[in-house]
Design a protein around this ligand. Sequence first.
Ligand SMILES: [Zn+2]
Length: 1018
Amino acid sequence: MASHVPPGAPRPASKANNPPSSQPPTNFRANPDSLADNLHNLNFNSAPPRAPSPLPGTPFSRQATQPLPPSVSPFPPTFSHPAPFASRPPLVSSASGGLASTGQPVFASGALPGGQQRFPPLGSAPQPPVRPPPTMAMATATARAHPQPQPQPPTTTSRPLIRSSPIRTPPVQPASPFSVAPQARQPPTTAYTYGQPTWPLQPGQGAPPPPITGSPQPPRMYGMPPPLPNQSMTSVSPAVRQTGAPVPGASKIDPNQIPRPIPGSSVILHETRQGNQANPPPPATSDYIVRDTGNCSPRYMRCTINQIPCTADLLTTSGMQLALMVQPLAIPCPSEETVQVVDFGESGPVRCSRCKGYINPFMKFIDQGRRFICNFCGFTDETPREYHCNLGPDGRRRDADERPELCRGTVEFVASREYMVRDPMPAVYFFLIDVSMNAIQTGATAAACGAINQVIADLPEGPRTMVGIATFDSTIHFYNLKRALQQVYNPLMLVVPDVQDVYTPLQTDVVVQLSECRQHLELLLESIPTMFLENRTAESAFGAATKAAFMAMKSTGGRLLVFQSVLPSIGIGALSAREAEGRTHISAGEKEAHKLLQPADKTLKAMAIEFAEYQVCVDVFITTQTYVDIASIAVIPRTTGGQVYYYYPFSAVSDPAKLYNDLRWNVTRPQGFEAVMRVRCSQGIQVLEYEGNFCKRIPTDVDLPGIDCDKTIMVTLKHDDKLKDGSECAFQCALLYTTVYGQRRIRVTTLSLPCTSILSNLFRSADLDTQFACFLKQAASEIPFSPLLLVKDRMTNLCVNILLSYRKFCATVTSSGQLILPEALKLLPLYTLALIKSKGLQTDGRIDERSFWINYLSSISIPLAIPFVHPRMVAIHDLNSKEGDQPLVPPVISLSTEHVNDGGIYLLENGVDCLIYIGNLVDSDILRQLFCISSVDEIPAQFVLQQYDNPLSKKLNDLVNEIRRQRCSYLRLKLCKKGDPSGMQFFSYMIEDKSSSGLSYVEFLVHVHRQIQLKMSS
Ligand SMILES: [Zn+2]
């Protein structure tokens, strides 16, 4: 049984300081104090003190570290100046960092509070099981036993339109077409996932969400009052003649009247079901609080359409795609109840004996509760005797409201023995560091060692946490971590010279318990940059080193974190500088250009599949100033549930802070190991394909050696039968995984949606953010295999076909001079344009940059997918002019040069990069306050945001930190100015402008309209 403080859990001291609160959780918008507390501790940016960093004589002194005062940066002081080339790179002392405070939550550097519960109470957190039902004798089958048909290849999406029973209902013009159903961005003052990753367990599980006091507007229930009018739509009237020819200049369109995202101004309260009906969720990019009343929270799973078309024809007619976005370990907001853990004892959870679907609120109990009907396959099962309960007058079980599995859309079952092929694996972290000449000289090795040194302080200490470390250049160097401490200054290095046929020396002493080697490891990490200071080996045996590290971890599995700085050039999996060859191809004609975005060969893929088989998840941190062939390298993280981090061009000044924060979030975020996931659907629908970072060995399941709260898997669906109008279609995602505390769990997420045979219902219940995230992921997976123009055309066609279907079958406006957009999807053209103009679809981008773009999208969540291609821009020069309680994030500005003045400063962020554009005519006083420079000419190439002693500077720091919290990412900051490449980079995001990468927004609307007219008349 899970105890409150399992081995390896947050240190008891922190618990004592922060006992789980029995009070209702603080509202995540309205409690100014808690927000202030967080901000108080949120100083990533302030000037690091120059104090010398003491040697960590006693590595445990950090236990006594006090929370950092606002003026102290958690970021190691030694990185405040550039590492001189070929001199000893600066080291990081964990003692000076003070990040591992066990005191009150220190919100250090954008990751997690250093104190209590480092792992938020998701599946990985200790939670008492809820009311264990009596043990049952009933046998259940294993997770893999579900007989599902083989997936079919994906259908193409350029579908012919089928004229099936046109649905025409009178159009209703909304009073203000742009004020309904805001496509909200993150409202500003919200403490989002990053900000308050710790929140108390909720004792009152059934309690309604707390009231939102202090909210500027009263909360509204999404989906209540009744949905939008059936034909709610936005119409714009581009200057197009009946013939379809655009009027020159298209001047009749008022650019101020075309659809743009409007940030929501208040938190939305969302109950997943009301009156026994599914409630359509608020937009994924909005700010909401969910109450799970039977359907899962949309954070875990949401569908592209919130009503399921009864037939495949109806879906085809709509032009839309049917897919689920699943983020099984997503972080709930602090005001939401945590997922409840249910323990059925040795018998395991109740399941359908035919399809193995898990018990959920939509299984119907009949015959006085003695039997139940499965909502997936329709089979009627006997209720296990121990699980029997009588039905109430409403036909539900009398205990339904007391059993989470019968009243909640998401529950977590304690896995019984039969879900384990071995004992749950320990938490193993292996760090593999590039020490080739380039890595040493650029300061990348020092940055990696510094980041690791600080992060090991955040790893849960206990018998279940194990670590290992190795370095590599043209050979691989392991370290015996069990050597006595006095020998540490001359560590026992075990060199593996053979990089073709790799082996691992002394397996047992290479990966050891963290508690046994913590001090040794810290000193070793400090020594590594010095040990290789004179290294002149330029070669890098990345593939061989990764394989050797894998072999060291093979017996347990775990997380392998690789720090790579140059192109892998030697040993197994060596790569060549294809980019240079590629340029010739591009100039010769771009037919073959996309091939550079494919992996160079199959060696790394084969290795990755083997890694996945042994539950090793690989993350690669690329700290480089050259081409490294991300397209080839990324195969390993993508196949093993990991991800690629990219720091280009690596800067020893500005990147170590980001590297540290990324690494810290990587190891401390909610996560699981050795996972298997499957989605089940009601009869009539089946899974077509899974898309994301995983390994697939059998058609029905995906293997996830690692799964974390940020990873999202797209699940495309198809019909294999008709669904009954008025019935419901259910989807269930089951994730079997091991928590970092070594518990085997099954997280079961269920969503039941109504079926419809009415086309306009599909448009009304379309989920824009989810649909567009699908577009993005599809584009990303196609780019390496198709000429770019083809991908752009396909994306435009996806958009056009949806709008055409709406125009043709749902709108009754007869004038073809009107472009009619369905209300729910009115931003689709803007987002599509943003996609077409994005980095991944540019021929002139660097190959590695495009490869990173593609790989980043493969596992991205919906809330991060939208800003990644349609960034957020705000003005920061006038932050001071606002009075009183203003939101931290100022109003969003449309992405057009028109709104960028020479006298202003603008911040633009996409969740990865944060560009600050400084106009030529900015008041020098503002420049001094914000950046301590007196003119634009003094803008530094490498920028570290500092906090100066003035209100404007504080507001900018607060803003940047708020964005980091919302995006769960540290973001790379860069200052930009007109007339140099940085300015061009900034203006390349002005999506609404006409540019070399495409049409203006207005022109694109005209183009889309034209396409619709052509298809209507053909
Ligand atoms: Zn079934």
